[in-house]
Design a binder for this molecule. Structure first.
Ligand SMILES: Cc1cc2nc3c(=O)[nH]c(=O)nc-3n(C[C@H](O)[C@H](O)[C@H](O)COP(=O)(O)OP(=O)(O)OC[C@H]3O[C@@H](n4cnc5c(N)ncnc54)[C@H](O)[C@@H]3O)c2cc1C
Length: 379
């Protein structure tokens, strides 16, 4: 079997792999994506489509401000309706400590250029969220330019553009070896034995990125962790932003603008490490209770589906976007549960890094070898 030849091979057909592929294609590179399942079969197809700029690290804030611009222009750029809607995000503070943390983060966000984020008192939270039960609420951190989009449409949009530019996407093609020649990366071998040769290889395997790194003897500090989600039937759009309630019995949920479905999840305590995508009755029981606590008027909504997927956590809650010790081999992974929203800007920055060949990282805070003690607070 002759080797497939391209300029760059990307391992992973989620948001990160396809965004990297799109921006590299735009720069004239011939791209091949190898994906062990189908496009979106990993975390991307299991996420709830939220897009926010409210983070505590200035790198993530700036990157997300860029991503939001990409989402805003995506329909025109990709020729696909990705259901972008700027419905906003409202983080709720039920304790003085949370209020103080949000106020500090708002200062960092505004200093990074995010001008429309602001503290809102409890009364305004109620106005922003019709029907909200604000018992015990002190206020919230609100950013109206945050929003939502549909992950499958974004990935298909990028994939279509990659193909139009002469690139190729190989589904059900599991990478098993990183190939090397003369101390440089030279391609990827997949399970069938077929080889994909290229001078650039990108590890965009999300929750599996550690395994891909190990194929080249490189340690990628990313751990998978199960998160569950559910979706309801669609009802008339209620103009409720994404609500984020960090309390122990809280959660996050939003209503899709395009079809009126509510979609949500919460972070399990204790966390559930590993690649399991099993669903639990506990989640099915808990999540609606947590939603009703905030918006009691949703009580007649019917849940139509639940599922689970993986977050891909790094030790500090920030992504990795960097070269590795092997020349030509890059890692864009470890999005820590924010990869859908980060994807467009990550893809653009990764493509610039690869094509420019420069030594400096645009985001040194996302270097592979870094001090992992500065944790992201708005996880
Ligand atoms: C319940 C839930 C809710 C979420 N909500 C949000 C949200 O609202 N907003 C947000 O931004 N993010 C959210 N996320 C996180 C988001 O889904 C991920 O951060 C993002 O999808 C990561 O994208 P990725 O491309 O890095 O990984 P993936 O989408 O997992 O893509 C990696 C791909 O690599 C493939 N792969 C792995 N190993 C190999 C191999 N050896 N060979 C070939 N292919 C391989 C996998 O099959 C997979 O398709 C959520 C996640 C979950 C689970």
């Amino acid at each position: 079997m002759s080797a497939h030849k391209s300029d760059a091979v990307i391992i992973g057909g989620g948001i990160i792999g396809t965004a990297c592929g799109y921006y590299l294609s735009q720069k004239g590179l011939k791209v091949a994506i190898v994906e062990q399942g189908y496009l979106c079969s990993g975390s991307t197809g299991r996420c709830i489509g939220g897009i926010r700029q409210q983070f505590s690290s200035s790198g993530s804030i700036r990157l997300m401000m860029e991503s939001v611009k990409h989402f805003q222009n995506m329909e025109q750029e990709l020729g696909t309706d990705v259901h972008w809607h700027n419905g906003g995000y409202l983080f709720l503070a039920h304790s003085p400590q949370k209020k103080q943390a949000f106020l500090s983060n708002i200062a960092v966000q505004q200093a990074a250029g995010l001008k429309d984020v602001r503290w809102v008192e409890a009364d305004e939270c109620r106005e922003i969220t019709p029907g909200m039960d604000a018992t015990g609420l002190l206020g919230g951190s609100y950013c109206p330019s945050d929003g939502q989009a549909y992950p499958f449409a974004v990935v298909q949009g990028y994939a279509g553009k990659i193909r139009q530019s002469g690139g190729s996407i190989h589904t059900f093609s599991k990478a098993t070896h990183i190939l090397q020649q003369g101390g440089k990366v030279s391609g990827v071998r997949i399970e069938s034995g077929r080889e994909f040769s290229a001078g650039v290889v990108i590890n965009a395997a999300g929750p599996w990125s550690r395994d891909i790194g190990q194929m080249a003897g490189i340690e990628i500090p990313v751990e998978a962790e199960r998160h569950e989600a559910l979706i309801t039937e669609g009802v008339e759009y209620m103009n409720i932003p994404m609500l984020v309630d960090y309390r122990a019995d809280g959660g996050y949920f939003q209503q899709y603008r395009h079809n009126g479905q509510f979609i949500g999840c919460y972070t399990p305590v204790p966390n559930v490490p590993g690649h399991s995508t099993d669903s639990t009755f506990e989640f099915l029981h808990q999540m609606p209770k947590r939603m009703l606590k905030l918006v009691p008027g949703l009580k007649d909504l019917k849940v139509i589906r639940q599922w689970a997927g993986s977050y891909e956590n790094t030790p500090d809650g920030n992504p990795i976007l960097d070269r590795t010790g092997l020349d030509g081999f890059y890692t864009v992974a470890g999005m820590c549960g924010h990869g859908f929203m980060l994807g467009p800007a990550m893809g653009r920055v990764a493509a610039d890094l690869i094509v420019s060949g420069g030594r400096d990282l645009q985001y040194p805070e996302f270097a592979l070898k870094r001090d992992f003690t500065q944790a992201e607070a708005m996880k």
